[in-house]
Design a protein around this ligand. Structure first.
Ligand SMILES: Nc1ncnc2c1ncn2[C@@H]1O[C@H](COP(=O)(O)OS(=O)(=O)O)[C@@H](OP(=O)(O)O)[C@H]1O
Length: 437
């Protein structure tokens, strides 16, 4: 009996002890995590303020490049690396003067440039609904061509991981590079990504043309996280020629800023064809595809490579939803000869401080294009990939002349609409300014 009573005392005491130990360990764990989270939040908020302060006010003489910024740029790289080249990020604590700090932060972000691969796009194959007087001309030669365009890395199939969810918030874009295909959109986006106040998705989301039914939450989730004061961006050049895109984008954000990189439509068409040819060498020659009837001189404007270049018609569609003040046109030609000059205008349009300047570019003779300067600690070149700046096939000069003639009225219309003269007219001798063809 005594044995049983002592046993029951023991058993009632042991669970209590265990209970006590358990409670104690829980309390200690809780206390530990509370302290940690308190430490983290104290760490985060001052850094966030510091970031905004650094990026916008920039009055302090000397400051540390913050841990948050380093984390941020690491995350940004990791996001981009999902589709591109793996790269090791060396973390360093640096002390800079104010001016150097911005430049260094910007340089740190140049990592994306050399990793920007063939972001090939598919032009929208949706049949164009040509408005106005040009309707008749284009419709007269309307014919459904086989679309030889290749696809961009498709986000509907492959999603990049969210590497920055803890820092900032995913937002719908406030600015989009909507076109034009082969205009120089990748070069522009990568140069913009150098800016500390720009965060952009590396792939082309194709939300407003191919993935619209997936919904805005899907779209938002593709975006990198941003902090207050940072702009979320994406580029999908096929939007410019997608009839439904203006309405859809307008219904998402009426005040969105739209950037369009335009290039001589003849050169653009040849560039487009060159891209297709690289994937499908068996396609007919450019000269064959360009005409409905070459003897009669009837241009085939339904061929997507040519149709995309009728900028005035596509712009008319956008102008039904957006005022010109919300659009900015970048000259694809000037982006090559004076990238810093074009970047200054783009940064002004986006309301950004002019941080990306001529200090960030150099002309790479081998590539034949401007490239982003590399930071001192890296030996990686910072030029766009092989699919950007390809050698174009030689096109019959007579065909080029006829195409210039075909585009002339549309170009003039486009100059009038935008209030900008892009000087795509052919000069004596068959050369067009800024054109490589
Ligand atoms: N810095 C730099 N480096 C390389 N290439 C440059 C650069 N700036 C502009 N370009 C021109 O960009 C053209 C490709 O345009 P996109 O990037 O808009 O093409 S795509 O629509 O995303 O496929 C590409 O066209 P191609 O020359 O026909 O390859 C280039 O002429």
């Amino acid at each position: 009996m005594a044995f049983w009573s002592s046993t029951s005392v023991l058993t009632s005491k042991v669970p209590r002890k265990i209970l006590f130990m358990f409670t104690l360990s829980l309390s200690v764990t809780y206390l530990f995590y509370s302290l940690m989270s308190c430490y983290n939040s104290q760490l985060q908020f001052p850094l966030q303020e510091n970031y905004v302060y650094q990026a916008r006010l920039v009055t302090e003489e000397t400051t540390f490049v913050t841990l948050r910024e380093k984390l941020y740029s690491t995350a940004s790289r990791a996001y981009f690396d999902e589709e591109l080249i793996e790269r090791t990020v060396t973390e360093q604590t640096l002390v800079f003067s104010t001016d150097k700090r911005d430049a260094a932060r910007a340089e740190e972000r140049t990592a994306g440039w050399d990793r920007a691969q063939a972001a090939t796009t598919t032009s929208s194959s949706s049949s164009s609904s040509f408005h106005s007087a040009a309707d008749a001309a284009a419709a007269a030669v309307e014919k459904e061509h086989q679309d030889f365009s290749t696809t961009d890395s498709d986000l509907s199939l492959r999603r990049a991981p969210n590497c920055t969810s803890d820092y900032g918030e995913k937002k719908l874009p406030q600015a989009i590079i909507i076109g034009v295909k082969k205009g120089g959109t990748r070069a522009l986006l990568e140069a913009l990504r150098v800016h500390p106040d720009v965060r952009a998705v590396g792939n082309e989301p194709h939300f407003f043309d191919r993935n619209y039914e997936r919904g805005l939450d899907w779209y938002r989730d593709l975006m990198p996280s941003t902090l207050e004061g940072q702009i979320t961006m994406e580029k999908t050049p096929s939007y410019f020629v997608t009839n439904s895109a203006p309405k859809r984008i307008h219904s998402m954000a009426k005040d969105i800023k739209l950037i369009i990189v335009v290039r001589n439509p003849v050169t653009r068409a040849i560039s487009d064809y060159t891209q297709t040819l690289s994937k499908k060498p068996e396609i007919p020659t450019f000269e064959v595809l360009a005409f409905k009837n070459r003897t009669l001189g009837l241009i085939d404007a339904s061929w997507s490579a040519l149709r995309i270049g009728i900028y005035a018609l596509h712009l008319e569609n956008w102008m039904q939803y957006f005022p010109l003040s919300q659009m900015h046109f970048v000259s694809g030609e000037r982006l090559i000869v004076d990238p810093a000059g074009e970047m200054a205008k783009v940064q002004d349009f986006l309301g950004l401080k002019r941080i990306v300047t001529d200090k960030h570019f150099y002309f790479n003779k081998t590539k034949g294009f401007p490239c982003l300067k590399k930071p001192e600690d890296s030996s990686t070149p910072r030029c766009l990939g092989k699919s950007k700046g390809r050698t174009h096939p030689k096109i019959d000069p007579d065909v080029i002349r006829r195409l210039h003639k075909f585009y002339k009225p549309f170009n003039n219309m486009f100059y009038q609409m935008t209030g900008q003269n892009f000087q795509w007219e052919m000069e004596e001798g068959g050369e067009s300014p800024g054109s490589r063809d």
